[in-house]
Ligand binder design. Structure first.
Ligand code: 13P
Ligand code: SF4
Length: 363
């Protein structure tokens, strides 16, 4: 992986108490000029300082609404910070505490590959009837592509509404980069696996015959999340053996076979709500990133909350952001230095904004 983040100065390393004191002091000094957002997968040592936590959809909304803040420090991954930059005003600066915090799934589709796929699909079908939909977990360039080609962005909490909208505007969708979110949402809408074809960008014409492209209602990009594809039907069976009355709740980035056996499926905010609103004593088997699962278990001792995966499965890129990086960023802001600024070029911003706005008005 290409490393963008320079090592931190020595004084921030192994300095838990000092970093906590630095963050506290900087928050007090910066007041309303600072807004710290934390995705649910962040470490506890980061979440404790967040002004708001949420899933990607909620965080993008919050970033957009917080017009008084000069600095939005986004404790999440790169595509989230880019989206915040697109949605916030010109007077606001969006900062990612560690520039190496990317998303391996977002990296599975790039603009050249998507343009090549689009051109290939256009050669065999009426492209005017194809609606491109990109998952929030994608680069700003791909969001701009869908904006320019009549499509929209979706997140795990609104994929169904966005796909309903897409089928009001066309007969076929090209959905990227997460095949699982596309497949799971399509099935929930009543489509069959036979209505879907997998577009593999590494193969000529996606590895599909002309007839397959023509017949498919969903052309699903063959991207995935390495964290969520670890959850299996076998793990659900194990959980149910131990907790026959338990509830299995998984994220829609999990594979279709796993989602089929779950009781509930939804975004990270949805998963949090299931636990918060449950009867005390409920046992939850959760299929999502381990920091969120562990936090829910700690915050709800009246429930049993465990990961479906007995082997720990952190998101290694979310994990890059720690209190040390946050302290370094905030110290810089107090000194008037803006480090790790995330900026999306203005030509990309314009169309990406269209695609994000469509998403925000659909839901
Ligand atoms: P949410 O939008 O559900 O928080 O998901 C983002 C993500 O990256 C899950 O892996
Ligand atoms: Fe990306 Fe998966 Fe990490 Fe979410 S959990 S940020 S999809 S790698």
């Amino acid at each position: 992986m290409l490393r963008l983040q320079a090592p931190l100065p020595e004084r921030y390393i192994d300095a838990d108490d000092a970093n906590a004191a630095r963050i506290e002091a900087a928050k007090a000094a910066l007041g309303d000029r600072l807004f710290i957002l934390g995705h649910h997968y962040q470490r506890d040592e980061v979440i404790r300082w967040a002004d708001a936590c949420g899933d990607s959809f909620r965080l993008s909304r919050l970033a957009q609404q917080r017009t008084v803040a000069d600095y939005i420090v986004f404790c999440g991954v790169h595509f989230m910070a880019e989206s915040a930059d697109i949605l916030t005003g010109d007077h606001q600066q969006v900062i990612l505490p560690d520039l190496d915090a990317g998303c391996s799934m977002a990296d599975m589709a790039d603009l050249d590959e998507v343009v090549e796929a689009w051109d290939g699909i256009a050669r065999v079908t009426d492209i005017e009837r194809v609606v491109p939909i990109t998952y929030m977990n994608s680069s700003a360039a791909l969001k701009a592509f869908v904006g320019e080609h009549g499509g929209a962005v979706c997140t795990s909490s609104n994929a169904r509404a966005v796909l309903d909208w897409a089928f009001e505007h066309g007969d076929k969708v090209l959905f990227f980069p997460d095949q699982h979110l596309g497949r799971n949402t399509g099935i929930a809408m009543g489509y069959q696996l036979g209505d879907m074809a997998l577009w593999d960008p590494l193969r000529s014409h996606g590895g599909l015959a002309e007839a397959e492209v023509k017949e498919a209602t969903f052309l699903l990009w063959s991207g995935h999340c390495s964290v969520h594809q670890r959850f299996t039907p076998g793990q659900i069976a194990d959980f149910r053996e131990r907790h026959p009355d338990g509830v299995v709740v998984v994220h829609p980035e999990c594979a279709h076979e796993t989602v089929l056996l779950a009781d509930r499926v939804g975004s990270t905010d949805f998963i949090v709500r299931q636990v918060e609103e449950a009867e005390p004593g409920t046992a939850f088997g959760v299929g999502t990133e381990i920091h969120l699962v562990n936090r829910l278990a700690t915050e709800h001792p009246e429930m049993t909350v465990e990961s479906l995966d007995p082997m720990v499965c952190p998101c290694s890129t979310m994990f890059r952001i720690d209190a040390a990086h946050l302290a370094w960023i905030l110290d810089g802001l107090v000194d008037g230095k803006v480090r790790n600024l995330i900026t999306v070029a203005s030509d990309t911003q314009a169309w990406a904004h269209v695609a994000l706005d469509r998403m925000l008005t659909i839901t």
